[in-house]
Design a protein around this ligand. Structure first.
Ligand SMILES: NC(=O)c1ccc[n+]([C@@H]2O[C@H](COP(=O)([O-])OP(=O)(O)OC[C@H]3O[C@@H](n4cnc5c(N)ncnc54)[C@H](OP(=O)(O)O)[C@@H]3O)[C@@H](O)[C@H]2O)c1
Length: 308
């Protein structure tokens, strides 16, 4: 093994692999010999991403899966598919995310930002964590290599607020930025709570914050005014190669396998917001999410939505 294929033999699942940070993350992992499962919602885009990587890296190490992560059923099916298709999953990078300017409901009747940025990582993470933890390895020197879940968060979480009577921002005027910030706060709390539930010798769960990154499609559905601001801020933003490094480091660095429940930015651990460090808030959100997902199953069976 050379320094260029130090990830050979490891299977890493990356959501949102068809664009921006996700596709760059896959490239950086492929460069180091990892086997990657690219997850996207659009079959043609996923095939294109695979074809592009295959021109430079061993196609035998590239697999794909499709799922619309705004659909609870599709996320659950994806988790099931991944568990059956892959003997082991060493790393899950929950990277897919949206930032939209208007309130849109998913087919389940859930506010879309909350569904894609938070519920999908919650379902995937909780569905795969046990199997991932059991697959943790010990090397010849007796050192444990835990499996890793990396949730791609954002400094937006610092402006987040969770109203347990209105987690999906149904009351009052919908503000896309607020929904985005809230979803990232929820994701950061989820990381902490999932981390707490596992032995860090078997599974570590951390957040990676890429910083403010240019050249991705994230703001494509924001109102024109936000797009103008985004363009004006471009000189102060990192390029996508640099932005992806934090998730890659969190997913692969030996040092990053030694902590859990942490928030990583610029390839080092930093403190997330005070709310994101609140264990009671994390536990309460976990319970509320489970209740919501359970209610979702019931309502879906009765043909109704989940707009709470
Ligand atoms: N860019 C930044 O400055 C920045 C800063 C902090 C955090 N982040 C976070 O970084 C992550 C990646 O964002 P990005 O900037 O690379 O944006 P991006 O270029 O828009 O990529 C987002 C990815 O998520 C996928 N996705 C969106 N909705 C989906 C759905 N319903 N089902 C399945 N996949 C879906 C997209 O698929 P399609 O290709 O099919 O659209 C795309 O591959 C996000 O979680 C974002 O919040 C970004």
């Amino acid at each position: 093994m050379t320094e260029h294929d130090d990830l050979a033999g490891l299977t890493m699942v990356v959501t949102g692999a068809t664009s921006g940070l996700g596709s760059q993350t896959c490239r950086q992992l492929a460069e180091r010999g990892a086997s990657i499962v690219l997850v996207g919602r659009d079959r043609a885009k996923v095939d294109e991403a695979i074809a592009e990587l295959s021109s430079a890296y061993d196609p035998a190490r590239l697999s794909s899966a499709t799922a619309d992560l705004s659909s609870l059923a599709q996320v659950r099916n994806l988790a099931e598919e991944l568990r059956h298709r892959f003997l082991r999953i060493d790393v899950l990078i929950n990277n897919a995310g949206i930032d939209v300017g208007e309130r849109r409901l998913t087919t389940d009747g859930i506010e879309s930002t909350f569904a894609v940025n938070y519920l999908a990582p919650f379902i995937l993470g909780t569905a795969l964590a046990d199997a991932m933890a059991q697959a943790a390895t010990t090397d010849a020197a007796g050192f444990r290599h835990p499996a890793r879940i990396v949730n791609v968060s954002s400094s937006g979480h610092r402006g987040g607020h969770l109203d347990f009577d209105d987690l999906q921002g149904s009351n009052g005027k919908f503000r896309g930025q607020r929904a985005y910030n809230n979803s990232k706060l929820a994701l950061t709390l989820f990381s902490r709570e999932l981390a707490r539930r596992f032995d860090p010798a078997q599974l570590v769960v951390n957040c990676a914050d890429p910083g403010f990154v240019k050249g991705t499609a994230l703001g494509r559905d924001l109102p024109f005014g936000y797009q103008v601001i985004g363009t004006l801020l471009t000189p102060f933003m990192a390029d996508v190669e640099r932005g992806a490094k934090t998730a890659v480091w969190t997913a692969t660095a030996a040092e990053a396998g030694k902590f859990t429940g942490a928030y990583v930015k610029g390839c080092r651990v930093v403190q997330p917001s005070k709310k994101a460090r609140d264990p009671e808030l994390a536990a309460r959100l976990w319970e509320a999410t489970q209740a919501l997902l359970l209610a979702g199953r019931g309502r879906a069976e009765n043909g109704a939505g989940l707009d709470a």
